[in-house]
Design a protein around this ligand. Structure first.
Ligand SMILES: [Zn+2]
Ligand SMILES: [Zn+2]
Ligand SMILES: [Zn+2]
Ligand SMILES: [Zn+2]
Ligand SMILES: [Zn+2]
Length: 151
């Protein structure tokens, strides 16, 4: 019985000395909230931590496509061989355009529009998040220690 009490008090003493030892070494003087760094890193709410937000592409007004510059949106280009009238100089049907006088625009394959280079056809572009300047996280001064990392 006595031995037991003695043992317990020794353990208590040991633990006490451990704690006080830590205190002297200074690590327990660090601010718990920021772990001594003086600031807290938080995920940026504006961009969900991604560091960027999506914005409508100005080059294509968000469409993802721009009017083909070669055919100005018509999707056709005048046949080079017959000058657009569908017949050659002998009055024969032009072989190069089958008498149509035009061919599909090579730049846009006849679509009249081409994928926007700026946004790659998505209509949106990544814009660096202003709130976190692209880091995706924001460092805030720790309020508990005023930024010096000490308690
Ligand atoms: Zn075109
Ligand atoms: Zn032709
Ligand atoms: Zn675009
Ligand atoms: Zn952000
Ligand atoms: Zn702190």
């Amino acid at each position: 019985m006595r031995k037991n009490t003695f043992y317990v008090s020794i353990v208590a003493l040991l633990m006490l000395s451990l704690v006080s030892c830590n205190g002297k070494s200074g690590s327990s003087g660090d601010c718990d909230t920021c772990e001594g760094t003086g600031y807290i890193v938080q995920e940026c709410e504006d961009c969900d931590g991604k560091g960027y937000t999506m914005a409508e592409c100005e080059a294509c007004d968000g469409n993802g496509y721009i009017e083909c510059l070669t055919c100005l949106g018509s999707g056709r280009e005048d046949c080079f061989h017959c000058g657009g009238n569908g017949y050659d100089s002998l009055g024969e049907e032009c072989l190069f355009c089958s008498g149509k006088g035009y061919n599909d625009c090579k730049s846009c394959n006849g679509d009249g529009q081409t994928a926007c280079d700026e946004c790659g056809g998505y209509g949106e572009v990544k814009v660096e998040c202003e709130a976190c300047e692209g880091y995706g996280e924001i460092q805030e001064t720790c309020e508990d220690c005023g930024g010096d990392g000490k308690r």
